[in-house]
Design a protein around this ligand. Structure first.
Ligand code: XMP
Length: 515
């Protein structure tokens, strides 16, 4: 197993941020549940440990503790916030309730630089968020920095290479936080800065070749970032042993299928089989207006169609692998600790239930990567910006953007309106700056006038949001000029639509999609 830094997750909302900061310093990091056995970490090649923060208090019975043997592994350890208190508590120090909760900015006064603060100024603005504080240090430790509220804001046992800090070096508001982390990695753990996308590509291509051998791989290509990058990477490794299946469910955007065919077949020379099943999906959706039921029908039909495509392929070759664009955040087991926001952030719409029964081995070449790393990988593999930076598009497609029963005539209107919105967002240089921009077809008709005639036609809503992770979102303040251009064009160019409205709801309480 490759050398890496292990981050033990005690339920902090920043655990993934810590792991990313380490990778940004070109060192491989992995996140483990807090109670992972020391022997497992040792065997996996952990060169150093970071104990994350967390919502618990070491003063509470049953609070999460690591395997005590981690302190005997002989590797450097950095405890952050709850992680610092845990380390001190388990090594014989004392933790008490602080009179005042320390939250937000504080000034860290550095008394002794040592390896951790090497090359830093004497004081730093740092970001804190904790209620407990350390009162008595464990044997062998000394305080090397303090804040107004915490005399032991940073502690060190230089002999054992154990460090603890009350503040969060991983968050952007902690001044020189990345340098603190870099010092831990390079000066204390002795890591090499050799984790890079180029080396990742080389190693992964090699691994894919070794595991696949002369067998064949199937991949469900949606055209989204993850499946596209997975396809490009696997194709680089095994060329024509990869076959992609693209399901046309009749709920795609304007020209989407043609674009996928053009890019992947013409440009990348991928073997893409298109399952042309729009009619089947729309037939099954006929008469259905309940959103949950619509989603279920679309999801189940997808699995069925995909399964059929795989059966058909299997009569032509030895397909033993199913490739998926699973990312690292989908893999990390979020620890179930009360108050851990990460535990709640379980996506409810990962392509669930893709054929366990298919009897295929899984190939998931992006399992180690965060989304931004996948984008970098895609760029290095030559995928165009339109794919790598594409806005998210839901699996059920326009099926959840036509309100109520889905009818072909309404899809035609929605597709044209949506294409105009995307063109104008691109023209205004906004498409890549915001999270999502799309149109929603409303099942109401309104009166209008065009020329001398009254019209009685459909309404389209614009949903344009800013977000970082889709968990929360706010409506984007798009300039009036752009909105005006979009609205004018839709009403003039899309037959059947005589009114455009703007959705100004935030998430929560509203969701991003309307269904
Ligand atoms: P909501 O509407 O729940 O959406 O605020 C959050 C994000 O998830 C996307 N979304 C989906 N993605 N399959 C997907 O792959 C789905 O069924 C699905 N439903 C919503 C949505 O576009 C937004 O980015």
């Amino acid at each position: 197993m490759p050398e890496h830094i292990a981050v033990l997750d005690f339920g902090s909302q920043y655990t993934q941020v810590i792991a990313r900061r380490i990778r940004e310093a070109k060192v491989l990091s992995r996140i483990y549940p807090y109670n992972t056995q020391a022997s497992v970490l040792q065997e996996a090649g952990a060169q150093g440990l970071i104990l994350s923060g967390g919502p618990s208090s070491v003063l509470v019975d049953g609070s999460p503790h690591p395997d005590a043997a981690v302190f005997e592994m002989g590797v450097p350890i950095l405890g952050i916030c709850y992680g610092e208190q845990l380390m001190a508590h388990m090594l014989g120090g004392e933790v008490g309730k602080s009179e005042e909760r320390e939250f937000g900015h504080g000034i860290l006064a550095i008394k002794h630089k040592g390896k951790l603060f090497d090359g830093m100024p004497d004081s730093l603005r740092v970001w804190n968020s904790h209620g407990d504080r350390l009162e008595v240090l464990p044997k062998g430790f000394k305080a090397i920095a303090s804040t107004e509220n915490s005399p032991f804001a940073t502690i060190e046992n230089a002999e054992r290479n154990f460090y603890g800090m009350q503040f969060h070096p991983e968050v952007a508001h902690s001044e020189m936080g990345t340098k603190v982390i870099a010092n831990f990695l390079f000066k204390i753990c002795g890591c090499q800065a050799d984790w890079s996308m180029t080396s990742y590509i080389e190693q992964t291509v090699q691994k894919i070749r070794e595991s696949v051998g002369d067998e064949s791989v199937i991949l469900g290509l949606s055209g989204g970032v993850d499946s596209s990058v997975a396809a490009a990477l696997i194709h680089k490794a095994i060329g024509q042993q990869l076959t992609c299946v693209f399901v046309d469910n009749g709920l795609l955007r304007l020209n989407e299928r043609e674009q996928v065919e053009k890019l992947y077949v013409d440009h990348f020379d991928l073997d893409v089989r298109v399952a042309d099943k729009g009619k089947l999906f729309l037939d099954r959706l006929a008469g259905i207006s309940d959103p949950e039921q619509k989603r279920k029908i679309i999801g189940n039909t997808f699995v069925e169609v995909f399964d059929e495509a795989v059966q058909a392929l299997n009569s032509q070759g030895n397909y033993t692998y199913l490739a998926q664009g699973t990312l690292y955040p989908d893999v990390i087991e979020s620890v179930a600790i009360d108050g851990n926001p990460a535990a709640l952030i379980k996506s409810h719409h990962n392509v669930g239930g893709l054929p366990d029964k298919m009897n295929l081995k899984l190939l998931e070449p992006l399992r180690e990567l965060f989304k931004d790393e996948v984008r970098e990988l895609g760029t290095q593999l030559g995928l165009p910006k339109e794919v790598v930076w594409r806005q998210p598009f839901p699996g059920p497609g326009l099926g959840v953007r036509v309100m109520g029963e889905v009818q072909e005539a309404d899809l035609v209107i929605l597709r044209k309106a949506d294409a105009i919105l995307q063109e104008e967002m691109m023209a205004a240089d906004l498409y890549y700056k915001i999270w999502q921009s799309f149109c929603v077809f409303l099942p109401v008709k309104t009166v209008g006038v065009m020329g001398d005639e009254r019209t009685y036609e459909n309404v389209v809503a614009l949903r344009i949001v800013e977000s970082v992770d889709a968990m929360t979102a706010d409506w984007a303040r798009v300039p009036y000029e752009t909105l005006r251009a979009v609205s004018n064009r839709i009403i003039n160019e899309v037959p059947g639509c005589n009114r455009v409205v703007l959705d100004i709801s935030s998430k929560p309480p509203s969701t991003i999609e309307w269904e």
